[in-house]
Design a protein around this ligand. Structure first.
Ligand SMILES: NC(=O)c1ccc[n+]([C@@H]2O[C@H](COP(=O)([O-])OP(=O)(O)OC[C@H]3O[C@@H](n4cnc5c(N)ncnc54)[C@H](OP(=O)(O)O)[C@@H]3O)[C@@H](O)[C@H]2O)c1
Length: 316
């Protein structure tokens, strides 16, 4: 793509061994011929606990920088020689991105910053501002708008990961569940509501596509996905590919809202999942236009059929 904007060449990832960070670093590595340097910043604890994984990346030529994400000195040193920062930090480290951004803004080398988003559109509509799971990410966007100028920031908004949604529920199947082992599903609403999903592999691939189409504005919001489907369509795909009729139950939207309220009152570990599933069921992943084309990804997405094949193959 013809552009005067320099392409990101030296990419440093935070959270590279996490749930989605793994897919991002893998796809970056697959596209390594486009980059001069790929590295990740991680903690001493992770280097000890995930020694094999970290060593494997080191052997492949990925630079491993060990430090404390909350130390401005460590971060400042890590940024030397990089032009792009990618954060895939987990939900409980979202605010650690504020000092990362502060240091990046004053760094002589960092030009691009990708905050940890990779999920629900936190500015979908007027009610988004009050949604509890969005609060920390909204604070990060506010910080970016008020305190950064030089950085070019891209938010990659992917909606729900189909790998998780089309899996068994942890804790309470009324939150929505696809239990392949037991051939049992709990569909949300009436099962006919559309939801847009991104496969975790596509999150990594879309991320690289975004990187290779650099932002020209201070802020770029990319709303991307792999496919749009309904609970019933997905179930039909699972039934066809497993050659079995599944046992199905439903959680209506009203019931989901009641369970969500109860989960927050009880401080349940899956309270956030209840809220996000309710937002998705209410249409919070449906956009007039998706951004796949803007980053040259239209037509390259994984499809429901092949994704279900992958889920079944992984399980067997
Ligand atoms: N769309 C969806 O369905 C969906 C699902 C899950 C997550 N997400 C989003 O994806 C993003 C990444 O989430 P994730 O689940 O992949 O993250 P994760 O696996 O929970 O954590 C990723 C990394 O963040 C660092 N980290 C975690 N807690 C930390 C703490 N308290 N202090 C310092 N560092 C910490 C760790 O890096 P080191 O080990 O290197 O220190 C960890 O490996 C989030 O924005 C999340 O909201 C979306």
């Amino acid at each position: 793509m013809a552009t005067d904007t320099p392409l990101p060449k030296k990419v440093l990832v935070f959270g590279a061994t996490g749930l989605i960070g793994k897919y991002i670093i893998q796809e970056l590595y697959n596209a390594r011929s486009s980059f001069e340097k790929i590295g990740f910043f991680t903690s001493k604890t992770t280097v000890e606990n995930k020694a094999d994984e970290v060593n494997e990346w080191k052997e492949k030529g990925v630079e491993i920088i060990v430090g404390d994400v909350n130390s401005e000195d460590d971060v400042n040193k890590a940024y030397e020689g990089y032009d792009t920062v990618v954060s895939a930090l987990g939900r409980n480290a979202i605010l650690s991105q504020v000092p990362l951004l502060k240091v990046a803004e004053s760094s002589p080398t960092i030009k691009y910053f990708y905050p940890s988003e990779y999920g629900t559109d936190i500015e979908y509509g007027p009610s988004s501002a009050a949604e509890k799971p969005h609060q920390l990410k909204l604070q990060v966007r506010k910080y970016i708008r008020e305190h950064t100028k030089k950085l070019k920031v891209t938010y990659l908004v992917t909606g729900p990961y189909s790998d998780l949604y089309f899996g068994p529920a942890g804790g309470d199947e009324r939150v929505g569940s696809f239990n392949l082992k037991e051939r049992k599903a709990t569909l949300l609403g009436n099962g006919s509501e559309q939801i847009s999903f991104t496969t975790m592999k596509d999150v990594g691939r879309l991320f690289v596509a975004a990187l290779e189409t650099p932002a020209t504005a201070h802020e770029r919001i990319l709303k991307v996905n792999s496919f749009t489907t309904t609970g019933k369509e997905a179930l039909a795909e699972f039934e066809e590919q497993t050659g079995a009729k599944w046992e199905v139950s439903y959680t209506s939207l009203e019931e989901l809202k009641r369970l969500e309220e109860e989960a927050w009152e009880k401080d349940s570990p899956i309270k956030t999942v209840f809220t996000l599933h309710r937002i998705w069921l209410e249409g919070g992943t449906l956009y007039k236009v998706r951004s796949n084309g803007e980053i040259g990804f239209e037509g390259k997405e994984e499809r429901l059929k092949e994704h279900v094949q992958e889920i079944i193959a992984k399980h067997d």
